[in-house]
Write a protein that binds this ligand. Structure first.
Ligand code: HPA
Length: 238
């Protein structure tokens, strides 16, 4: 079924690997800066999507929007209607730990959540949404080769940005959760349910510990490093 309700692309124009920044203008930026032979495949709801090549390998990049429902919709359609096999979120997060500083890179080994997304699977217990080991291992190796320090661990995919309880995050921090974002758990669940690979790479844009935040220029530089790791994971394999 193409086009889908949310992606106006025909079959065959989306690559097997898709990078997913939250902001569609970041998708445009990645396509323009890093890809060659770029074609735009989506503008529905301004959720811009592009396909091109990186070092000769086909890759697509598309906005995911913010939050579990949004990335849940886009990743489901990419997987089930366009045959996407590798989905790599490149986003930002808020640090929960004093030793995780602004602009650090955090990779989500697993994604705890306060979302009810997992309820649809009718599991007789609590599910642990996890990254694809193969992608995670490659990402860590690439970062080591490039001399980029990364922190790997449990992240929180929260449904709430403006929490009524300003201290709720501290409970997660006590459990060793590294940082908060709003999408990874849904991405990991959709990928697991479909038997495809997903990974979430984040840069720290703000700290809940120190209340500091990065400037737009700082965000851009650390964003590039993260994207350069993600692009090394592009593969056209089935
Ligand atoms: N909360 C949720 N998502 C985020 C944050 C945050 O503090 N920073 C970047 N993404």
């Amino acid at each position: 079924m193409q086009p889908t309700p949310h992606i106006g692309a025909t079959n065959g124009v989306i690559a097997k690997t898709v990078l997913l920044p939250g902001d569609p203008l970041r998708a445009k930026y990645i396509a323009e800066r890093y890809l060659t032979g770029v074609m735009q495949f989506n503008a529905v709801r301004n959720m811009l999507g592009y396909t091109g090549t990186y070092l000769g390998k086909p890759v697509s990049v598309m906005g995911s929007g913010m939050g579990v429902p949004s990335i849940g919709i886009y990743s489901y359609e990419l997987i089930h209607f366009y045959g996407v096999k590798r989905l790599i979120r490149v986003g930002s997060c808020g640090s929960f730990q004093a030793d995780i500083k602004l602009r650090d890179i955090v990779i989500g080994l697993s994604a705890s959540t306060n979302s009810n997304y997992a309820r649809q699977y009718k599991l007789p217990g609590t599910y642990a949404p996890s990254a694809a080991w193969s992608l995670l291992r490659q990402a860590v190796e690439v970062a080591e080769q490039k001399g980029i320090k990364v922190r790997v661990g449990n992240i929180l995919s929260s449904d709430i940005f403006y929490d009524d309880d300003k201290d709720a995050w501290k409970q997660w921090a006590k459990m060793g959760v590294l940082a908060v974002e709003m999408e990874a758990a849904a991405l990991y669940m959709n990928a697991a349910r479909a038997g495809v690979e997903a990974l979430c790479i984040l840069t720290v844009s703000d700290s809940l510990v120190t209340h500091q935040a990065t400037t737009a220029e700082e965000r851009q530089n650390s964003f590039n490093q993260m994207v350069e790791i993600a692009l090394e994971l592009v593969s056209d394999c089935e």
